[in-house]
Ligand binder design. Structure first.
Ligand code: SAH
Ligand code: SF4
Ligand code: F3S
Length: 488
């Protein structure tokens, strides 16, 4: 398979989008109806943002977005961080095949982190021959060119793109090449948007596959970041989330001189932006300077996701995390001193190889001391190619027992922490109509907690003053204040 990356040129890619527009129009004229697409996203915020870029390109080509997977082009943007993510995709592929049998025009594309694993590509070629197109994380911008080929465009475009015996179009690169700007992108919400500030990861935590599937860490030029946020603001966006696997190492090794706290300050200066969030912060790189900027900049949301992974210093070392239990606890209390109203959330892995009951109790101890508002708890999953995959696994029944105990503690503490907000006045950015209860809308506090309150569409996208009336554990209920605050 040809794996060498080719430097993609945005002008050239825009030309493929134009050429695809013509081919699509011809096809639509031929069949007498519009062609539809659907992108299904698995995994994290990076994938969610990538999907918006894929959707932007497909809409530009002229495809019409459809809410369900019964569409003429379905793209699965996959995640491989844990094995259950992969299993979910394989399960759903069988079901997609059912749609394809009914609609001969249907095409299926697969991209994202799973596709960066050669064994996955082999399996798809062998066992899922009805998949039409495979591409990776480093060349999502090539979608216009891939669609052009899929619609029957000239083969000369296929430089570096393999078309196998079954006609499957395959373009997966080992390495990223540059950072593409200026291609179309879509937004799920008109009023908030993720903004990539860096790509890849250099941390190589011993259990994690992300550095292998997302490549080396690259920081995006701050001028491009600010330019994108200014454009978003002009377009009505009030909340941005700066995205990277470890935003705290922003600028490291780059040819510009700006670190993350400085970038955050610049982002807060953009007119029209009311709220700034970021994901994710590696504890090892979280500086006093960042805490200062967060504390002083009122636009920075009162939420910090600070992945713990384990409370055992022995396991943290084995995991290559570069902090120990005491350092993590000291950091958490320092953050709380600086910002008493901050909500801390975390990621925790249970059952890392060799984890003992004592190690696990250290994790429980950190959870009790830090008092997270929410924690994502994961059962360790062996990922081929990572150093931890060579280590012996903890017996499954022990892992499940620990997982259940951790989950119960996390839920109890989360409910207690969130319950403290009942009776307080807060600002809520209303995001959508409540999916379950008519007459309610759902929004988020600065600290990222979800709030349900009476309201209608007219509130969507607005930041409104709310009195918190009730806690349901991981969500709150409230009502709009009719006085006290000035609405923004
Ligand atoms: N860059 C982010 C995390 C990205 S992956 C960070 O470092 O915080 C999201 C979470 O998935 C990780 O924080 C970790 O808790 C979990 N995770 C990663 N690899 C895993 C594995 N092999 N098994 C179980 N959980 C894993
Ligand atoms: Fe994975 Fe660690 Fe990088 Fe996060 S920091 S993506 S856990 S290697
Ligand atoms: Fe999954 Fe890739 Fe994100 S592996 S967690 S989608 S970076």
């Amino acid at each position: 398979m040809e794996k060498t990356a080719r430097i993609l040129d945005s002008k050239e890619q825009l030309r493929f989008i134009e050429l695809s527009q013509k081919l699509l129009k011809n096809k639509e004229n031929e069949i007498g109806r519009r062609l539809t697409f659907h992108v299904t996203t698995f995994g994290c915020q990076m994938n969610a943002r990538d999907s918006e870029k894929l959707i932007g390109i497909l809409k530009d080509i002229g495809y019409v977005e459809k809410d369900d997977e019964d569409a003429d082009l379905v793209i699965y943007n996959t995640c491989t961080v844990r094995d259950n993510a992969n299993q979910k995709v394989y399960g759903k592929l069988g079901y997609l095949h059912g749609y394809k049998k009914k609609n001969p025009l249907m095409r299926i594309g697969m991209c994202g982190c799973m596709m960066q694993e050669p064994s996955v590509i082999e399996k798809i070629q062998k066992s899922y021959p009805f998949v039409d197109m495979i591409f990776g994380t480093h060349n999502i911008y090539q979608l216009g060119e891939l669609v052009y080929l899929m619609l029957g465009g000239e083969d000369e475009a296929a430089r570096g793109i393999e078309i196998n015996r079954r006609g499957q179009i395959i373009s997966v690169w080992d390495e990223p090449v540059g950072i593409m700007e200026d291609l179309p992108t879509d937004r799920k919400y008109p009023f908030k948007s993720g903004v990539n500030i860096m790509y890849g990861c250099d941390n190589f935590c011993s259990y994690c596959i992300v550095p292998y599937v997302r490549g080396r860490e690259r920081s995006r030029d701050p001028r491009e970041v600010i330019r994108e946020i200014e454009r978003l603001s002009a377009d009505g966006v009030t909340e941005v989330m700066l995205l990277g696997q470890n935003v705290n190492s922003y600028g490291r090794g780059a040819d510009f001189d700006m670190n993350f706290p400085a970038l955050l300050r610049e982002v807060c200066r953009v007119d029209g932006i009311e709220r700034v969030r970021f994901m994710t912060s590696h504890p090892k790189d979280l500086s006093d300077e960042l805490i200062d900027v967060m504390a002083y900049e009122k636009k920075v949301c009162r939420h910090l996701h600070l992945p713990l992974q384990s409370g055992s210093s022995r396991l943290l070392e084995a995991m290559n995390r570069h902090y120990d239990k005491e350092q993590y606890l000291a950091l958490a209390s320092h953050i709380r001193e600086a910002m008493p109203d901050i909500a801390l959330t975390t990621d925790i892995i249970v059952g890392y190889p060799t984890e003992t009951e004592e190690d696990f109790l250290e994790t429980m101890d950190v959870v009790e001391k830090v008092r997270y508002s929410a924690a994502f708890t994961f059962i360790y999953s062996q990922r081929t190619g990572t150093p931890a995959a060579r280590l012996p696994m903890v017996p499954e029944d022990q892992v499940h027992d620990r997982f259940d105990r951790l989950l119960a503690l996390v839920q109890e503490i989360g409910a207690e922490e969130n319950g403290k907000l009942v009776g307080t006045r807060q600002e809520v950015l209303v995001e959508q109509l409540n999916e379950k209860e008519p007459g309610l809308v759902t929004g988020r506090l600065s600290n990222n907690l979800t709030v349900h309150l009476p309201g209608d569409e007219s509130l969507i996208g607005r930041i409104i003053p709310v009195t918190i009336t009730e806690s349901g554990g991981f969500y709150l209920r409230g009502k709009k204040c009719t006085h006290i605050f000035q609405e923004r």
